[in-house]
Design a protein around this ligand. Structure first.
Ligand code: APR
Ligand code: ZN
Length: 246
């Protein structure tokens, strides 16, 4: 087990409000490719070329094929020790909130309860015309799926590039981030404006900030400490050391 920085442990010992922001890297060790890593391409498309409304309008079947393939990967994947550690944090700190950019459902399956899924959930679909929303229980459905209420095309309930975040969700995130004693940033490259802005909000407000990533990200130099490594290793180590001191 890697011994962690003393200041970090001291901060964790007294912290009351802790917020984590996670990205694709926390699910890498569950076998889910990250967006911007070498396996992030599909049929030579980048995620940005597929996860947008224009691409969906041009070719809904193609975009659905991509989601169907990813749904199958996410369904087969299992939460890793990093996800389990995140769920455990809820019983370690008096207040713990998880904000994830991931849509893979693995934090829920690991047992986290206090979660905001900033970009949606891959298993939920919604109608492009009416208010119908559904959970896809299997990955074998005809493409594109149609709304049982109005027969329009369904779309993944995911926040795509160029789309607006729910203002109420953002306000709630800002509120908890502003009050945070500790901010944990895990497995994100910091390439998407809003999550970066949210993380910076907590840093500006004085939270002690920890970045866990095997590489330096756009956020690594802004945080109090960058822990270089894999979240499936560092987060359980952190939990072990925290349970000894708290
Ligand atoms: N542990 C921790 N971090 C890891 C690990 C690991 N085992 N493996 C990879 N990483 C890091 C990478 O170094 C990289 O910095 O995870 C990060 C993944 O970055 P991205 O693929 O860009 O994913 P993310 O930051 O979550 O992307 C944000 O962009 O495509 C959109 O909406 C999508 O939510 C997504 C958003
Ligand atoms: Zn409908």
């Amino acid at each position: 087990m890697q011994a962690l920085d003393e200041i970090l442990l001291e901060k964790c010992k007294t912290a009351k409000r802790v917020v984590a922001i996670t990205g694709a890297g926390i699910s890498a060790e569950s076998g889910i490719p990250t967006f911007r890593g070498k396996d992030g391409y599909w049929k030579n498309y980048r995620a940005e070329d597929l996860a947008n409304n224009q691409a969906f309008e041009n070719n809904p079947k193609l975009i659905w094929e991509w989601y169907q393939m990813r749904m199958a990967i996410c369904r087969k994947a299992e939460p890793n020790p990093g996800h389990l550690a995140m769920a455990e944090m809820e019983s370690i700190f008096p207040e713990f909130h998880l904000i994830t950019q991931n849509v893979d459902n693995l934090h829920n399956r690991a047992g986290s309860k206090n979660i905001t899924e900033l970009h949606g959930n891959i298993f939920t679909s919604r109608c492009t015309k009416c208010t119908f929303k559904t959970i896809q229980e299997s990955d074998n459905f005809t493409l594109p799926p149609l709304c049982p209420k109005c027969n329009s095309i369904l779309r993944p309930h995911i926040l795509w590039f160029g789309e607006t975040y729910d203002i109420k969700v953002l306000e709630k995130c800002r509120e908890i981030l502003n009050a945070a004693d500790i901010l944990l940033i895990v497995g994100t490259s910091g390439q998407v404006t809003v999550p970066v802005y949210l993380a910076e909000e907590a840093i500006r407000a004085g939270a002690y900030s920890i970045d866990i990533n095997p590489e330096k990200s756009s956020l690594s130099q802004k945080v109090s400490i960058h822990l270089r490594g894999y979240s499936a290793k560092i987060l359980p180590d952190l939990i072990m050391q925290l349970t000894e001191i708290r």
